[in-house]
Design a protein around this ligand. Structure first.
Ligand code: FE2
Length: 221
């Protein structure tokens, strides 16, 4: 299984720069305990859904049974889940939840007066494929006030679970956003940790902006 997953990674070109690295020094890499840094954990925050929505599919911009489309700029988030040795993790459950484009969560305790978008799903859960890949279509989340003096930059909450790995709760940020620099949560991380939590912007795919994000889970052993 591990070899299949590795081939998947290489075939998909996800770790192009590491392909030869794997090929040449695989033995050494396999012995290394932490070839890759684990994605830093972050607080779950107060807005994990009280009740999970019926529609939890990868597309948060459309709710089954409704004709409308979520407001805001639609984006794609294409990611991978791997472990600190570089193995793709198949079958990881990746949950995301986020504010809508106006900065409002689908949560009864969200005091932000911004409007709820009835066409925004707010939450999704998918399983990674054999190469550890996952994909979400969503909207660019709005910034929102966390206190009178603190505005949270756009971010997406992630929870990744897999029976062989410790559960990771974290947040993904967007590159070059002006609010990143003043965020109290992101600012509490080291520059190296911050880099692991900020997605990479890819060329637009049609009308959609695409972001790539790698999530690394700590090996249990
Ligand atoms: Fe949040």
């Amino acid at each position: 299984m591990k070899n299949e997953a590795r081939r998947g990674l290489l075939k998909n070109g996800f770790l192009v720069g590491l392909g030869s690295f794997f090929g040449v020094t695989f033995k050494r890499l396999a012995m290394a305990k932490s070839a890759f840094k684990a994605t830093p954990a972050e607080v779950e925050g107060p807005f994990y859904p009280v009740k999970l929505p019926r529609d939890q599919d990868y597309d948060l911009t459309h709710i089954t049974g409704r004709t409308g489309v979520a407001q805001g700029s639609s984006i794609l988030i294409a990611g991978r889940v791997m472990d600190t040795e570089g193995w793709a993790i198949e079958g990881a459950r990746v949950e995301i939840w986020q504010a809508n484009a106006a900065g409002r969560y689908l949560h009864p305790k969200d005091a932000n007066p911004a409007k709820i978008d009835p066409d925004f799903q707010g939450f999704a859960a998918v399983l990674t494929d054999v190469s550890g890949a996952f994909l979400f279509k969503t909207v660019f989340p709005g910034a929102y006030p966390a206190s009178l003096s603190w505005v949270r930059p756009p971010h997406i909450h992630f929870k990744i679970t897999h029976k062989r790995y410790a559960t990771l709760i974290t947040q993904m940020y967007f590159p070059d956003h002006p609010l990143n620099a003043d965020d109290l949560l992101l600012g509490a991380k080291s520059p190296e940790e911050q880099a692991l939590m900020i997605a990479r912007k890819e060329a637009s795919s049609g009308t959609l902006t695409k972001y790539k994000h790698t999530i690394v889970l700590e090996n249990r052993w």
